[in-house]
Design a protein around this ligand. Sequence first.
Ligand SMILES: [Fe+2]
Length: 277
Amino acid sequence: MTALDTAPLSPALGIEVSGVDLSRPPGGETAPELRSLWLEHGVMLFRDQFLDDPRLVDAARLFGEPVKPNSVTEPEDGRDPHVLLVSNIRENGEPIGVLPDGELQFHSDSAFLEEPLMATMLHGDQIPSRGGETLFASAAKAYETLTDDRKERLRGLKAVNAYDYYTQVKTAAYDRTTGPFAVHPVVRTHPETGRKAIYVNRLMTEEIVGQTAEESATILNDLFERLEDPGLRYTHVWRPGDVLIWDNRSVQHARNDFPAEETRLLRRVGLKGDRPY
Ligand SMILES: [Fe+2]
């Protein structure tokens, strides 16, 4: 075993790894060790990386298979098609990336697809002077805090997850005749660790299948509140050169508001996932 230099990011989840240069992806035992630590902690941080697109995609390959984004924007000429810009920068009045402004509610990436992203890697490029932090919640620990009785009542329940690619704070139901939606278990089992995690989220989950609207809302709001318990959280304050990767199967994330007049630019690579069960 090589000795990786690591430190926890919070008591609830996340681990920082120092001394690894992702521009030269590690071989030998280090790559599987990194992946195994990442599975255990849900979020992994590498500081001071400053990767270009091809190297960012190569770094993502340490954890899984990069996929081209299901995106509303086409990459500019010459950009790697696996890399999606997350930015409030506008050219000719149009955002150059996705999710441009302000707050973003807790979610698990692409939960509205039949096969949601397994993981997401983000690289920090331009960071506002305040705000814009990414909040991570352990959906596995949130599940583990439930009583046995509540766990039993959630067993077998499925929920509808929908999205329109534009909403950042949900105020109304999505139009399922035009936007993508998928039915997934309310509690999913991690295919690699076997750990269970809550898999409904405030941004995308519409309703629990087979329940009255009132029953569904009661169960969902209880689960959302558990997921948003500050004790289950890691708040990431971005710096340029940060590379973060999180496991969408066990972790949810959200974003704090930030000043509209400041520039925020990050690059994202999504990794292929399977159908949740
Ligand atoms: Fe996201």
